[in-house]
Design a binder for this molecule. Structure first.
Ligand SMILES: Nc1ncnc2c1ncn2[C@@H]1O[C@H](COP(=O)(O)OP(=O)(O)O)[C@@H](O)[C@H]1O
Ligand SMILES: [Mg+2]
Length: 335
């Protein structure tokens, strides 16, 4: 594999102790509560967890798009190519969005505007970031559309979204996201609204784009099946915190956190005669009313007394595998 000699050493993106809270009349919601992870060049990292655990708020914080005024990034660092995005001006941040880090939103089909042509929408980031001269935009848009496998793209530039199928619109959203040549693509549950065949095609496309455009991907999902096809590593989130980080291989072979184990047990398996979907007891705690200690303790089948009173320390099990759980805490943390 070739390496870019100009690339800064260290990870492409490094999130350090990020905290994003919602200040409402019901109290403070710790949507993101001390999240840290790194993303290397050309790597794809999965953010896995049930609905409401803070996946979207983590990615919106990276892009400084947290819905205000209730939502606020209260502390932490987001180092992109060594620069802290939480400390730069809004003007500089606009250059980072799309050009440096692009995002496919949770409901991508609604991101296309019905009253603008497909070609116009894919061209928008090219215009905003002046990636190519005005005269070259049409050609670049056609290239992008053929990259996402839209047949005869030249002839479809003036079409409107309603003339495209759901799967094709999804691919157009993908083309728009990468049109300004970002280094990082954040895909927030991009396949949730798609049927299974189109899901598989879309995942293949993401992989191809990653190879052709040297993208690093943050892939957000609650679905282990799609995650396994895209990601190299996984960060498992629960109630605003990353509770375990490991490779996809380790995820299936040696998950350490009881929450990760529970997620694995809830996937339907072809080799079981009876398809059952055992779900985890209880539901995720509202980030407004977190218990003391480990947030998963009330639902955890292996909870001990300490789990209900003290937050578990992060323990490194292997290089690249860490877990925040009292079951795995090393001696120095034991009381
Ligand atoms: N607009 C909002 N106002 C108040 N609280 C919010 C808002 N959006 C999200 N939250 C809180 O942040 C938590 C995390 O949300 P989110 O990141 O969207 O979860 P996920 O993407 O993992 O489903 C939610 O559980 C919710 O309590
Ligand atoms: Mg979400």
């Amino acid at each position: 594999m070739d390496t870019d000699s100009n690339a800064p050493s260290g990870p492409l993106l490094e999130v350090k102790d990020l905290r994003t809270h919602f200040f409402t009349r019901w109290g403070t919601g710790k949507a993101v509560d001390g999240v840290s992870f790194t993303l290397n060049e050309r790597e794809s990292l999965g953010l896995l967890g049930e609905s409401g655990c803070g996946k979207s708020m983590t990615s919106l914080s990276i892009l400084r798009l947290v819905p205000g005024p209730a939502g606020r990034i209260v502390s932490g660092q987001v180092l992109f190519q060594g620069r802290d995005l939480l400390r730069i001006s809004e003007q500089e941040m606009r250059r980072v969005r799309g050009r440096g880090i692009a995002m496919i939103l949770q409901d991508p089909l609604s991101t296309l505007n019905p009253v603008f042509s497909i070609g116009g929408q894919v061209a928008e980031p090219l215009r905003v970031h002046r990636v190519v001269p005005r005269s070259g935009i049409r050609e670049r848009v056609s290239k992008l559309l053929s990259l996402v496998r839209i047949p005869a793209p030249e002839s479809r530039l003036n079409d409107y979204p309603h003339q495209f199928s759901g799967g094709m619109r999804q691919r157009v959203v993908g083309a728009t996201a990468i049109s300004a040549g970002p280094k990082v693509l954040i895909a927030d549950e991009p396949t949730t609204s798609l049927d299974v065949t189109i899901q598989a095609q879309y995942l293949r496309l993401l992989k191809e784009l990653q190879q052709e455009s040297n993208l690093s991907i943050i892939y957000i999902t609650h679905d282990l099946g799609t995650l396994a096809r895209i990601c190299d590593r996984v960060a498992v989130m629960y109630a605003g915190k990353i509770v375990e980080q490991l490779t996809v291989e380790a995820l299936f072979e040696r998950p350490a956190h009881p929450y990760t184990e529970a997620l694995l047990q809830s996937i339907p398996r072809m080799d079981r005669k009876v398809h059952r979907f055992p779900s985890i007891e209880g539901s995720p705690p509202l980030v407004y009313d977190l218990p003391p200690g480990c947030a998963f303790a009330p639902r955890c089948p292996r909870a001990m007394a300490i789990c209900r009173s003290e937050a578990p320390p992060e323990t490194r099990l292997d290089p690249g595998h860490s877990v925040a759980c009292w079951l795995h805490a090393k001696d120095e943390h034991e009381t």
